[in-house]
Design a protein around this ligand. Sequence first.
Ligand code: ADP
Ligand code: ADP
Ligand code: ZN
Ligand code: ZN
Length: 749
Amino acid sequence: MQQEYIRIRGARENNLKNVSLDIPKRQITIFTGVSGSGKSSIVFDTIGAEAQRQLNETFSMFIRNRLPRISQPEADVIEHLSTAIVIDQKRLGGNSRSTMGTITDIYAVLRLLFSRIGQPFVGYSNTFSFNDPSGMCPECMGVGQKIEVDLDRFLDRSKSLNEGAILFPTFGVGTWYWKSYVYSGLLDNDKKLEDYTEDEWQTLLYGKGTFETALDNNVPITAKFEGLIDKFNRLYIQKDAAEMSERTRKNAEQFLKMGTCPACKGARLNAAVLGCRINGLNIAEMSAMEVSALVGIVEKIQDPIAAPMIASLAMRLQHLVDIGLGYLSLDRETATLSGGESQRIKMVKHLNSSLVDIIYIFDEPSIGLHPRDVHRLNELLVKLRDKGNTILVVEHDPDVIRIADHIVDIGPKAGSNGGEVVYQGSYDGLLQADTLTGRFLHKKTTLKDKVRQPTGALSIRNAHIHNLRNISIDIPTGVLTAVTGVAGSGKSSLINKVFLSQHPEAVVIDQSAVGASIRSNPATYTGIMDDIRQLFGKANKVSASLFSFNSKGACPGCQGLGFIFTDLAFLEPIRTICEICNGKRFSEEVLQYTLHGKTITDVLEMTVEQALDFFQRKEVKNKLKAMYDVGLDYLTLGQPLSTLSGGECQRIKLAGELHKSGSIYVMDEPTTGLHLSDTGHLLEIIDRLVDLGNTVVVIEHNTDVIRHADWIIDLGPGGGKDGGRIVFEGTPQEILNAEGSLTGKYLLI
Ligand code: ADP
Ligand code: ADP
Ligand code: ZN
Ligand code: ZN
């Protein structure tokens, strides 16, 4: 009998307070709630983890011993699970041989098609693979790139050969190699390289020949002339590294760069494969096209025998277009894809799957999507459900929340103030519910009518990487600028690549992890740990250093970690609470000392809010206040930073900036992971930063943030080759009536 619900009783992972839930199967359930309320603790740490653990149990001991060990989540009952697949925002990564085509398996279908109907016939489908020796370009081994001499570093074009135009020391003025050029009689040694004719360049770089000259001591000798590039290649690039001294190799390395492979021009395949075509296009040309254009090309291929294959290929490509990735090409390396793009690609992979009764778990799939494209995502979620799967989604975007069959709202707030189910039921019911989510679904940020006046401008000149069409634009200082546009329009290329390289002083505030050490926590990160130690030292007339779990005061059993790792040969080490200190991390001696009746452990267990009450010292209060102001009042001073969510990391970084002025901050989708009510909070923090005299640039799709900006730069009109232009710059009021700006339309809704 098929069970209709996933049953959870008494879930207690992280901050969950004995949560019990029945989640309908084969429906879309959306989990809402403020950042830190416990959504991930239910969806990933309880349901996802248990499903994975149960799956692992089905394997033989041999395999199990090789899998990471997952401990049973803290819960009384978790029943009626099926196989779960987590589709998250982790970037796909991968080496240069991993492309969007290979990872989606679409390239494999394309290869098969070429092996069947390509003209002329060159081989089996593996021949069309750049990862296969029979297909790869022999020059670059299928990478499409080759190491070459970096001429910009090698030559100073404003000088002549006699003035030392060759910067590589081994070829410097007076050296043997230098003489082989200046005594050749083939070049004008006093002419600046930038004044060379095309012919002279060819001679210098690639020329060949012999010449006779009196090189030394007036003895005529015959010497070979070999162009600079050829000579450098022969001496350093083609030579086995083992035959070079460490110094020579290091020396030469500074003059190298990766360049397009001259043999295949980046196509990665050998000449025979590239000569094989369908309707005039070879496989590399098809892979380099934007997917939205490739669909049409594939659909036009007429071949009765290959018809099913063509239809399947067209369908898979159409899925990519449907999810808003039509601006990407199959040859795009996966390592260069954003988190949102990676997630959507993983999703497409499963749309082709014929498996049913899978639990799909999504983590904010709307990330990176312009409001225009959110309906595409919704359609795919519905499609996956209608195939007979259970869809669990953590999401904040009201346009996605709306499609839920069932909603689970977690709250009421974050951390220890959260961890309960505050509402479950239909979307319409949520609109009536007296929860933060219910209330905020009715709220709308008003369009800013009184914008700040810029104090100056930071200019970007001739931005042309990727799809950018030679953009020159000024970013106003002292205000909040929102950079908008559909996915693939060029926002990150413009800001993260060009702007950041032209203005390196800008500070990026992102959601990446803070503090690499397992021992760092909010107290150490903000520096108040030092003050706390001093206060304890002074009050007890002992050394302040005693109150550090990194040194003298540490529990001898666990060296201040609070837990012990037990190594189990094949298995993941097991983490158990230290029996000596009971997780308190300090030695017994240290725990005798108190400050206003609290031990150091008591203090580290305080939340930011409680600590604000407890401490009077101004420096401590100021830092705590900054954390309070960014909405981290519920964090305890001792919570390991490694357990913070992306949104929490972002906010703790922001807290550290709230006393500065004159800085430039760049934030890429800062509302990721943020509830509607958190977004209001974030905007208050950003306002504070700007009012302190800082410049803030955000890349955003969130209409609340865009409405609140002082200045909008809208890129587009579309993605990929249809984007890369500035379609609007101005204030929020002005964008409403701007022709050609899609973003303006969505601000009214
Ligand atoms: P959400 O997904 O709603 O943003 P989480 O489930 O990630 O919330 O977190 C709920 C609370 O539990 C937060 O206060 C978070 O800091 C805390 N938390 C998450 N993981 C851990 C952990 N491994 N140890 C301790 N606290 C954690
Ligand atoms: P947005 O940030 O607006 O989503 P991007 O700047 O990421 O847009 O992308 C703009 C265009 O540049 C798209 O066509 C994208 O495929 C392309 N692009 C982005 N990064 C790379 C890269 N590393 N290599 C090749 N093309 C890229
Ligand atoms: Zn090549
Ligand atoms: Zn201990």
